[in-house]
Write a protein that binds this ligand. Sequence first.
Ligand SMILES: Nc1nc2c(ncn2[C@@H]2O[C@H](COP(=O)(O)OP(=O)(O)O)[C@@H](O)[C@H]2O)c(=O)[nH]1
Ligand SMILES: [Mg+2]
Length: 358
Amino acid sequence: MTPDPLSARLLAGDPRAIARAISLVENETAEGAALIARIYSRTGRAYLIGITGTPGSGKSTLVDRLVAAIRRSGLTVGVIAVDPTSPFTGGAILGDRIRMNAHAGDAGVFIRSMATRGHLGGLARTTADVALLLDAAGMDIVIIETVGVGQDEIDVVRTADVSIVLLVPGAGDDVQAIKAGIMEIADIFVVNKADREGADQVAQSIAANLTFQTFQPGDWQPPILKTEATSGAGIDELWAAIGRYRDHSADRRTARQQARQEARLRDLLAHRFAQHVEATLPAGEFQRLVDGIARREIDPYSAAAELMARVVPDTQRGGPFAAAEASAKAEGPPDAARTGRSSAAETSTKAAGPPGAR
Ligand SMILES: Nc1nc2c(ncn2[C@@H]2O[C@H](COP(=O)(O)OP(=O)(O)O)[C@@H](O)[C@H]2O)c(=O)[nH]1
Ligand SMILES: [Mg+2]
């Protein structure tokens, strides 16, 4: 590879390079993918903290306090605020600007807001890639703040090493979290706005819910902490709890990372493959199949098998689709079936043009 000033500057922790790199990755450019390839071997050091909670529960205020606590312990920190508002409009960004000012001039802090919409490859993947950039730039800790609604956001939090769920009194938040399946992802519970009435009830209902989960001896039992993000009360205890969780799960972190990498590779492969299929087909062909499925003219399995056969001729020899197709063609002699398939494959190869034509 030729020397790339951007990756060199990113690895040196240059804030402008980080910002540029994030834009490339966030916009899902080929340059962004190439950058990830260049820096990937230099990642894996940062500890990822995921924080989720409903809008207004005080995530940003708490993250701000946490950043200060992390800096006091001498570590550097990057923050990815995944916000449902567009980066160009909305009040949430104003909040983030204010936060940037609070840590302005501190080279050990990098804060970036990200829009939730428009990530073709999925929000969780983009967030994970941005976390890689911050990791490569030398941040010891990366905090990902996200609104805890929807599967996308839950996936985002899942990509972290530790997941923190924020709840507040008087919002029916405890019930919401239980409904959203968020109880299961929490390694640490935080009841924020502890200055408000009802904080103890929220803590109690979380505790009551945890009794339904079975813990083996030596299992981590999610602690329930109370914080007051506006005053900073309870933040040191939260930072300490994160440290305890990190120690407790040190050997399991590898397993978690392994699972994460496997999921990422599978997800990326599926995404790339789908892109490749659509790009290979004649214009309108994919949509034609979709319409056919909607009109019940073809079932989704056969449509997928047809696409596979046209794009990757060899796939007919194995996999679930091949099995389905083989049984469908079981009446005919096997040789005839194979000949039929390979001629179909040749046709599609011709239609797509010779390899290397583009
Ligand atoms: N009373 C009280 N208000 C808080 C606390 N933490 C945050 N807030 C306020 O709650 C509002 C929403 O906070 P913000 O951090 O923007 O929430 P986010 O949407 O979850 O990021 C702001 O007005 C904060 O000042 C707290 O511990 N107690
Ligand atoms: Mg916020």
